[in-house]
Write a protein that binds this ligand. Structure first.
Ligand SMILES: *Cc1c(COP(=O)(O)O)cnc(C)c1O
Length: 386
């Protein structure tokens, strides 16, 4: 089929030509001055994206590795942990903590919604002896397309001393997050989502408060131990051999994001959400996430029951070379997910929405071709008036 596939997954996401070219360079000594310059530059860039002055470590791993690093460094076996889950990734964070010996209490909320701060507040008020040592939360729940308002969760914690650990793997650089201003203690993200890079890097930032907790941490760790990362960072190195090509790409991707400006990057993603949701509604399809929780990074669409989500995805791939994500677990064949994070343009979305309409009509769904497209165009038109 002609051209590159339209990859609209919530990770991995498309790679800009600039980033691909930057990665295609010879290897260098990872214990030399050239690498030191790159490491310092990318750490500086990541801090700007995270809006933090805290320490940031980069691990060669998928996002889940970064979550495991957060758990083994900042949670000790036997400690009580409150895990707030709004979907599969919230469940995963809870499982990692319990596998490493934490006493995990999971609070689950309906899929397609966010965490209800009032319920968390109530639970924390009951915690008179301050037994809860950490709270786990997902920034953007990729499996449902709902996001959490982290600031409101931090606000209701008040002076409760628990650490707030955030899985921002798919939310970072797509949805607003101000690590220092919002007093988030540990924030994890990964390369293959809004960072416009291939999979293979995770980023872990931690506050001074979290570092103090780390000093008394009793969990087993070696590869993930932040003490090693910090020690080597002083020398401009990483403890173990870094994936140098990915660092080249990271440097270029950060340049692109900072040239555009973090606020603009965030606003652009909100625009994508509004375009896709307006269009899907106009087509007469249902959305999984309620408007107020709707993610700027990924949109989950409920497929017409008599068609199913997977035949729609398969047809779009075969006929148009468009790759959408399916639903996971109980949402398999129920929803399909349109990823719109990272290196995406409004025009890409128009193509995908146009192809979706053709697909729906092909499967007999009652739809007048162009209604969804027009709704999308209208949102884009209005955005460009501003
Ligand atoms: C993608 C993702 C992860 C990490 O997944 P990996 O496959 O390990 O990279 C974790 N949390 C969320 C919310 C994600 O979207």
């Amino acid at each position: 089929m002609m051209g590159e596939p339209y990859l609209l997954l919530p990770g991995p996401t498309p790679i800009p030509e600039r980033v691909a070219r930057a990665m295609n360079r010879p290897m260098i000594n990872h214990r030399g001055i050239e690498f030191k310059d790159i490491l310092e530059d990318v750490v500086d860039g990541i801090k700007k994206i995270y809006r933090t002055e805290s320490d940031v470590l980069i691990y060669p791993s998928s996002g889940t590795g970064g979550l495991e690093a957060a758990v083994v460094n900042f949670i000790s076996p036997g400690e009580k942990v409150l895990a707030l889950s709004i979907g599969i990734f919230g469940d995963r964070f809870a499982s990692i903590a319990s596998n490493f010996g934490a006493d995990v209490e999971k609070m689950s909320f309906a899929w397609g919604t966010g965490v209800d701060p009032e319920q968390v507040k109530k639970r924390l008020l009951e915690d008179k002896n301050r037994e809860i040592k950490a709270i786990l939360i997902t920034h953007n729940e990729t499996s449902t397309g709902a996001f959490n308002d982290l600031k409101s969760i931090r606000d209701i914690m008040g002076d409760h001393p628990a650490l707030l650990l955030v899985d921002a793997v798919s939310g970072m650089a797509a949805i607003d997050l101000k690590m220092d201003e919002w007093q988030l203690d540990v924030v994890v993200s990964g390369s293959q989502k809004a960072f416009m890079l291939p999979p293979g890097l995770s980023f872990l930032a931690f506050s001074q408060k979290a570092y103090q907790v780390y000093l008394h941490n009793k969990n087993n760790k070696y590869y993930w131990d932040i003490a090693e990362g910090l020690k080597y960072m002083e020398k401009g190195q990483t403890p173990f051999t870094p994936p140098i090509s990915l660092y080249y790409g990271l440097q270029e991707a950060l340049r692109m994001m900072l040239e555009e400006g973090v606020d603009k990057v965030i606003a652009r993603h909100k625009g994508y959400r509004d375009i896709v949701r307006a269009s899907i509604k106009a087509m007469g399809l249902e959305l999984l996430a309620e408007d107020r929780y709707a993610s700027p990074a990924v949109t989950s669409v409920v497929a017409p029951q008599d068609i199913g989500a997977n035949p729609i995805r398969n047809y779009m791939q075969e006929e148009f070379n468009i790759v959408l994500a399916g639903g996971q677990q109980k949402l398999d064949n129920v929803i399909f997910r349109v990823g719109h994070l990272g290196y995406v343009r409004e025009l890409d979305l128009l193509s995908v929405l146009a192809a979706l309409e053709i697909t729906l009509v092909r499967f007999g769904f009652p739809l007048k071709l162009g209604v969804g497209l027009q709704a999308a165009q209208q949102v884009i038109y209005e955005r460009h008036q501003k």
